[in-house]
Every structure is written in C-alpha cells, then in structure tokens.
Design a protein around this ligand. Structure first.
Ligand code: ATP
Ligand code: MG
Length: 325
C-alpha cells in the first residue's frame, strides 16, 4: 500500500495508490459483501484476530470508493476533541485609526480559531473514514459517531466561529476494524455503536489466500510458500496459537528466505532457525516443548515432494507436503 499525503488544506487526507493487494476468491467474496453495504450508505466493521488482513482490506475498500481517505488509529488516550476538533490558538487583530490627527481610534479583536479534526473533516467533505482498531479508544470518546452514523449530524462544541451542528456530507463513508474484546488494550464497544455497523467477521485467511499473498508479496515460488503456510499452521494448531493468524509469521519467514536466498527445506538449518525465531515466542509453550513439536512436524515433511516442487513450480498443486494432513 503506497500512501501519499495530499497537500491542500486537508493535511491528513490520504491518497492510497493500489499496492500489492492480493485478491483470491475468498477475499473477493468479503470485499464484494462489504462494498455492497458501503455503497448503500452503511458503515462496515471488520472484526477478527490479529493478522487476518483487516486493515489491508479496509484500505482496499476505501480505495474502491474512490474518495480521499481519512485514517484514524484507535487510542486509549484519545479525547473527543481528537476526533472532532478543538479551538486552537487565537487570531488577534488590532486596528489603530489616526486619520484625524487629534483622534485615535483603537479596535481590538480577539478570535479563537476552530480546527477540524479528522472525523469532522471527513463528515464535512464527504471523505472515507477508516477507523482502525476503533475499540482501542475509550467507548465514550466514540459516542460522537452515533449521531453522525444514524442521524447524519455531527455535534460540535459551542463556539463563536461555527455552527454547533454539521450535516454529514452524503458521500461520507466509514470503515471500522477491531480485534475481539479478549485482546489486551481493547475496550468493549457500546451496543448502540455496534447496532449502527454491519460487522463482518474476518477469519484466518485460507491456505490458498495465504499462499498467494506470500508468492505475490515476497516473490518466493508457490511450492515454498505452501510449505511455509502449512508448517506454520500445523505448529500453531499444535501449540494453541489460534488467537492470532499465522499470516504475519508466514510473511516474515518467506521474506527472509526470499531475500537471503535461503532454501526452504526442513533439512536446511538456516530455514529451521528462521522458523524457530519467528514461531517460538508466539506461543506460551516452553522452548523445549516447542522444539519437540517443531521437530516432529519437520519429520512429517515429505522431503522428496518438496525437492520436486523446487525444481518444478508448476506441479505445486499436487504436492502433499505434510503427511497426515
Ligand atoms: N489481501 C492482501 N493482500 C496483500 N497483503 C495482505 C492481504 N491481506 C493481508 N496482507 C498482509 O498481511 C499482513 C497482515 O495484514 P493486516 O495488517 O491487514 O492484518 P490485521 O487484521 O489488520 O492485523 P491486526 O489486527 O494485527 O492489525 C500485512 O503484512 C498485510 O500486508
Ligand atoms: Mg490492523
């Protein structure tokens, strides 16, 4: 995802150039569903474990809407003013009128300046708001979204310079992402907000999707990618690591192997070392338990089939890399 910041007055608006967004049947299906809701004017909420591709999909959806994007990351320290804006600084104007030499007229004006924050700007200009991990902000801070999403009115604090109600631009759209509530640092979401969103659960990407992402993002061959995906999945299943997706681990292993020309093979000690470095501290198992499980999994790898896949990537689909799968 390549991002450029538009200059102009919208300092925080993003123009996202389509990067390497990988589309597989599973991803396309979710994207079509979400776009259907967004084009009908509803806010979409992508919810799922870490590393399932929520942020990436949210940015892709926002990009499909072809409007500038306003990106916010949920934060426990957020105040309402971080979402809607605040008075910031003063404009001081002093007029000295000495037109008639023996008369001096002095006019003093002191004006507070209102600065829109990102939500207000998105509502005013009809931008696409991507509120990533919105439940990391405290629930009461997000209350201002309730009327913006339902009544299409944003309430602003009383100020001398601007109306207190802002009618939300009809082109405004919102995409939310969140991790489930059992995650550390996450607040439970108020029911009223959840009721205004269409929530799509994002499971761990399927094997084909993960393999395609590895191939297209790291350039390794399909057989190697499949082996890494299966190895990581088998390890996570054996060590109870279902809380997060294995996609990030797979990407790390495959990127390092690809860039350093490390042969993806259970026999290769460098490959085994990278896998252990990436995988072991992601479980609650001890190092010795993890090592036993990992070595057992490696023993199940069908080495001959793997060598064949390295020689002929086109035969990848018929590979049976892990026995007992
Ligand atoms: N469709 C896709 N195309 C290309 N890369 C993808 C795709 N889906 C996920 N990825 C990659 O997988 C990794 C994890 O994705 P992402 O950051 O979107 O997950 P997430 O669900 O937002 O995780 P978290 O909950 O931890 O924020 C990223 O490196 C991302 O680039
Ligand atoms: Mg994310």
């Amino acid at each position: 995802m390549a991002i450029t910041t538009a200059n102009h007055k919208k300092r925080a608006v993003l123009r996202v150039r389509p990067g390497q967004f990988v589309v597989t049947p599973a991803i396309e299906q979710v994207a079509i569903r979400a776009l259907r809701y967004l084009t009908s004017g509803f806010a979409v909420h992508l919810r799922g474990p870490a590393g399932t591709g929520k942020t990436t999909l949210a940015m892709h959806l926002a990009n499909c809407l072809e409007r500038p994007i306003m990106l916010i990351f949920g934060d426990d320290e957020f105040k309402s003013s971080d979402l809607i804006g605040s008075e910031s600084g003063y404009t001081h104007k002093k007029l000295l009128d000495n037109y008639i030499h023996n008369v001096v007229k002095v006019e003093n004006e002191l004006k507070q300046n209102w600065v829109d924050s990102r939500l207000t700007l998105a509502c005013r200009e009809g931008l696409t708001l991507v509120y990533d991990e919105f439940n990391r902000s405290r629930p009461e801070v997000n209350n201002v979204l309730l009327s913006a999403l339902e009544e299409k009115i944003l309430t602003l604090p009383p100020s001398s310079n601007q109306p207190e109600y802002l009618h939300v631009n009809p082109q405004f759209r919102a995409i939310f992402t969140s991790n489930p509530e059992e995650y550390c640092g996450v607040h439970s979401t108020q029911d009223a907000l959840m009721d205004r969103l269409i929530t799509i659960k994002m499971p761990e990407p399927d094997e084909l999707t993960q393999t395609e992402i590895l191939v297209q993002k790291t350039g390794i061959n399909r057989g190697d990618a499949k082996l890494i995906v299966r190895l990581v999945k088998a390890f996570r299943l054996s060590t109870g690591g279902e809380k997060t997706s294995g996609l990030r681990s797979c990407l790390m292993i495959s990127k390092v192997c690809g860039e350093h020309e490390i042969r993806v093979s259970p026999e290769n000690s460098d490959f085994r070392e990278i896998c252990t470095d990436v995988l072991f501290n992601r479980t609650n198992f001890s190092v010795s338990e993890s090592t036993t499980i990992f070595l057992e999994l490696l023993n199940h790898l069908h080495v001959n089939a793997l060598e064949e896949s390295n020689n002929d990537a086109s035969k990848d689909d018929s590979l049976a890399i892990l026995k007992n799968q």
